[in-house]
Design a protein around this ligand. Structure first.
Ligand SMILES: Cc1ncc(COP(=O)(O)O)c(C=O)c1O
Length: 399
């Protein structure tokens, strides 16, 4: 039968990473492709004990009952004080919505603000799922140039004037895919510029807690004077992605509309997951948890940087992140290396990355790639980067 799919979905392929996962069913492939937490760190024991104690508590039946779309009230209250660590103050529960992961926060923001044909500005390169989600809303993603300290503010202002975007989507701390972080000056300027032109900012912050170096930087939301910034964070990278729980903070009117959008999507985030996250946060366990993850991820990141120095061709330039889960690298453009076209050959050598072009809204950049270091072991990092290095050196030698 020929299915008469909707306009918004009929020409869409799968999200690049989800498609790569299908190729990676072979366990002998060393994958630097996804953004998975290290499996051995997932807190099986903690979640098991928390779940048992929740199920023995007086609240047990409520936790298994339908809940409100806004979220489990104790978690919304806890979240309102939790986000003060990012400089976000004076939050009450009308400003908080529990979301089923950061991904849902992104989707609900676009559902709330974006009509067909609207422009949304994103950093170039950006989190690739955002480009995919925007297509489902038949919106147009336009890239803003960026550098080591954040967005190029001249380019941002020029594009705001030219395109009159509804939303600016950014990951200012340890971005996916580059791992870079915006400076405090850049954050303040983004808050001011977007307020001046009335552009909604979606500040996506799943990685702040995974900081290897330096001090925590205030969020853009903390400089929001007009209510135009929505802040989302998630417990996927710090606690467990399978809980599918995150928080959105914003102006009460925006949160209300996002809640209405969520009613149509999943009624509410799993109450059991919400109660687990609430227990975790209200017992103050986040700092202890990330203090276990950070040395491990830093060790892996350092190992990957060392392996890149040792094995990759000298024409490969790369970021050295101070936190998060990703390194982004690019080959000198003059070499004409196309990481997308070469991917099937690389995968046949049993190592995988995500080709960089998937992360760009406005540029066709095929000379770059993203590497994740949290999923592979130290030994796999060395072997996998050597495989990549040998492969690309060979390509360059034969050019
Ligand atoms: C920048 C960014 N935002 C959102 C997400 C979605 O995360 P989740 O829905 O698991 O919270 C990810 C996942 O990798 C991400 O990197």
């Amino acid at each position: 039968m020929d299915f008469n799919f909707s306009d918004r979905i009929k020409d869409l392929g799968g999200n690049a990473i989800r498609e790569i996962f299908k190729l990676l069913a072979d366990p002998s492939v060393i994958s630097f492709a996804g953004g998975f937490p290290t499996k051995s760190t997932l807190p099986v024991q903690l979640i098991s004990e928390t779940t048992s104690s929740l199920m023995e508590s007086a609240d047990a039946a409520n936790i298994l009952q339908y809940g409100s779309t806004e979220g489990y009230t104790p978690l919304r209250q806890t979240a309102a004080s939790y986000v003060s660590r990012y400089g976000i103050k004076d939050i009450n529960i009308d400003n908080t919505l529990v979301i089923s992961g950061g991904q849902q926060g992104i989707d609900l923001t676009f559902k709330t603000f974006v009509n067909k044909g609207d422009v949304v500005l994103v950093e170039d390169p950006t989190y690739l799922a955002v480009l995919h989600i925007l297509k489902t809303y038949e919106a147009v993603a336009v890239g803003v140039a960026s550098g080591d300290n954040g967005l190029n503010l001249d380019d941002l202002e020029a594009k705001i004037i030219k395109y009159k975007p509804k939303v600016l989507y950014i990951v200012p701390t340890f971005s996916n895919p580059t791992g870079r972080e915006y400076s405090i000056e850049n954050r303040i300027a983004i808050a001011q510029l977007t307020a001046k032109y009335g552009v909604i900012v979606l500040e996506d912050d799943p990685y702040s807690e995974l900081r290897f170096e330096g001090d925590r930087i205030a969020s853009i939301k903390s400089f929001d004077k007009t209510g135009n910034v929505i802040y989302i964070t998630s417990f996927s990278k710090t606690l467990a992605p399978g809980l599918r729980t995150g928080i959105a903070i914003g102006h009460a009117d925006i949160i209300r509309k996002m809640t209405i959008g969520k009613q149509a999507t999943d009624v509410h985030t799993s109450s059991l997951s919400q109660a687990i996250v609430n227990d975790f946060l209200s017992r103050g366990l986040m700092d202890a948890r990330v203090s276990e993850l950070i040395p491990l991820y830093k060790e892996k990141k350092d190992a990957m940087i060392a392996a890149i120095c040792k094995y990759m061709p000298k024409e490969f330039k790369y970021t050295d992140p101070k936190g998060g889960l990703f390194i982004f690298g690019e080959f000198d453009e003059s070499l004409g290396i196309n990481t997308f076209k070469l991917f099937p050959e690389i995968a046949s050598k049993k190592v995988a990355y995500v080709s960089g072009h998937s992360f760009f809204a406005s540029e066709d950049k095929f000379n770059c790639l993203r590497l994740n270091y949290s999923n592979a072991s130290l030994e796999q990092i060395d072997i996998g980067i050597k495989r990549l290095g040998d492969f690309f050196k060979n390509i360059i030698a034969n050019k």
